[in-house]
Ligand binder design. Structure first.
Ligand code: CA
Ligand code: CA
Ligand code: CA
Ligand code: CA
Length: 544
């Protein structure tokens, strides 16, 4: 990358805040703290819920299907760090504990309390959601999603809308399941797109051969959001593109991705474009959601909006928006409007070429607690001097937001932050960040390298090149879906979803379905390990 392509950020406090963060960590708020300092959850079954008073009233058994998910456990001991009874108390810093009816041990205070007086403590440390991560490197509040772990491994063998071997068939099966792909290309739902309702699902787009998987709808009256997770939980979707290339019948039902009334959801390494409603939209009573490492570009006017994190929320939510790119969307980059008691975080994203607003903080539900850390707000052709970088919308306000801002970078001629923000800015994150944020400039490079579904299609590569070159603009109409190379699926003679060659090399048995065994004893099942290795290999390609 030539120097001309490097971020041209205005001078800010990034270096200062990072230095402070490092200093805090070195004082013991991270490195020597009882919890792991950065990023990855411990293996000690710690479960952390930063703050969630309302949810605390929910009995554990409220959790769907009676499952003792990390979320349910966390709710039970809201505001405290939990140890399963068998877990050793480490580091001597946990403090007093109280046993719960669920057989869990709740420390009397959250572990990070000793650091909480320092503004940057949570920046340095990160408070990952505990429990087994959905996949290695899973981040944010949805990181504890179980997905389809332990369930059926179902091969998608056709690009057809439905029937045997279709993605729809895998989505509709009850019980834990992992959809792996033996085909690549465009799955166009010629009937109403499926709705992910049955919980415990992983859609592993990284298993597809060739150019990967793109979803689209048929347009017209059946042209609804191609990927909807509704009234469900424990859903993991990775490396899937949604391209709304046709005009559906009802604009309000035409997102690229919708998460509705669902918990424990991760969308990671997905790409959405050309939606006439939001490119990604949380709707209703969601909780414990992560949208990470994804590209949302070219929403279609007049409703060209990147991300509405919560519409019509029914209660407090934990929601993470981490490492994403929003490009060429007029506003809602993103829209943050949760009730009090929520923990919303917008960390290390890149927002490019907004028109009216980049980020919008609303107070319609009583005022959202939110942290915006290490993001880049970059002007493009549609950005003008009256565009606002981070705005506070007080129309219909029912209470004050709590907005923590740190290390956000702004480039170009626009209003960086609304003067109304001052009233609601807080000196410390309302909830500890779930990750240790990277400096904004570093996060920008990471988004260029890492965001979106892999292998990247021509469209995403184009968007990233436009970001790098500060070119491109808001479009008026959907584009044309790229040709997708069919490729050749890896050999999987035993049908357990794993490449038999990989199995040979990693101690698994290529003649026996052993997806959920742990051949090398590293705590990760064979299939989890294989899926992770595919994702890493794909996303480490220089795909620009
Ligand atoms: Ca929507
Ligand atoms: Ca195999
Ligand atoms: Ca095997
Ligand atoms: Ca293993």
């Amino acid at each position: 990358m030539s120097p001309a392509h490097l971020p041209k950020f205005a001078a800010g406090s990034a270096a200062c805040s990072v230095d402070r963060a490092i200093a805090e960590r070195d004082k013991g708020c991270g490195r020597d703290a009882p919890q792991r300092a950065v990023g990855r959850p411990d293996k000690d079954n710690l479960v952390t819920d930063p703050i969630h008073p309302q949810r605390d009233e929910n009995p554990l058994s409220d959790d769907k299907d009676g499952a003792t998910t990390a979320a349910a456990v966390a709710r039970r001991c809201s505001g405290r760090t939990l140890l399963r009874r068998s877990a050793p108390v480490r580091g001597g810093g946990i403090g007093r504990v109280a046993r719960t009816a669920a057989g869990l041990i709740c420390p009397a205070a959250i572990v990070i309390a000793g650091c909480s007086g320092a503004t940057n403590a949570s920046q340095s440390a990160g408070q990952p959601v505990k429990g087994q991560p959905a996949f290695p490197g899973a981040v944010g509040y949805g990181a504890g999603s179980k997905g389809g772990r332990g369930g059926q491994v179902i091969a998608v063998t056709t690009l057809a809308d439905g029937g045997p071997g279709s993605l729809r068939a895998c989505i509709d099966v009850p019980g834990p399941r992992v959809c792996i792909f033996r085909v690549a290309g465009l799955i166009r739902f010629t009937t109403k797109p499926p709705v992910i309702r049955n919980p415990y699902l992983t859609i592993a787009g990284q298993t597809a051969p060739g150019g990967g998987i793109t979803l689209a709808h048929e347009g017209g009256p059946l042209g609804f959001t191609p990927l909807v997770i509704k009234n469900s939980h424990d859903v993991v979707v990775r490396h899937i593109r949604v391209r709304n290339d046709r005009i559906g019948g009802k604009q309000g039902s035409e997102d690229s991705f919708t998460i509705e009334n669902s918990e424990q959801v991760i969308l990671d390494h997905v790409s959405g474009s050309w939606a006439r409603d939001e490119l990604v939209n949380g709707y209703g009573d969601n909780d414990w959601v992560t949208v990470s490492n994804s590209i949302f570009a070219e929403g279609i006017p007049k409703h060209d909006k990147c991300a509405l994190l919560a519409s019509d929320p029914k209660g407090p939510q934990h929601f993470s928006f981490i490492g994403n790119l929003c490009a060429h969307n007029g506003d809602r980059n993103p829209d943050v409007n949760f009730p009090p008691g929520s923990c919303a975080e917008v960390i290390n994203n890149v927002f490019y070429n907004a028109q009216s607003e980049f980020a919008e903080i609303w107070e319609s539900y009583g005022g959202v607690p939110v942290s915006l850390i290490g993001n880049s707000f970059i002007a493009g052709k549609n950005t003008h001097p009256e565009t606002i970088g981070i705005t506070r919308n007080v129309v219909g306000s029912k209470g004050l937001a709590k907005v923590y801002l740190a290390d956000n970078q702004f480039e170009g001629d626009f209003i960086r932050t609304s003067p109304l923000l001052k009233e609601v800015e807080v000196a410390a994150p309302p909830c500890p960040a779930t990750i240790a944020p990277a400096p904004a400039a570093q996060a920008f490079e990471q988004v260029l390298r890492n965001a979106g579904a892999f292998p990247r299609d021509t469209f995403d590569r184009g968007i990233l090149n436009q970001l790098r070159d500060r070119t491109g603009r808001i479009v008026r109409q959907p584009g044309v879906i790229d040709e997708i190379a069919p490729g050749t699926p890896y050999p999987d003679g035993d049908g357990d979803g794993m490449d038999d060659g990989w199995e040979w090399g990693h101690g698994a048995n290529p003649r026996r379905a052993d997806a959920w065994q742990d051949a090398d004893g590293n705590g990760l099942s064979n299939l989890d390990q294989f899926l992770d290795s595919l994702s890493r290999t794909l996303s480490q390609r220089n795909d620009l």
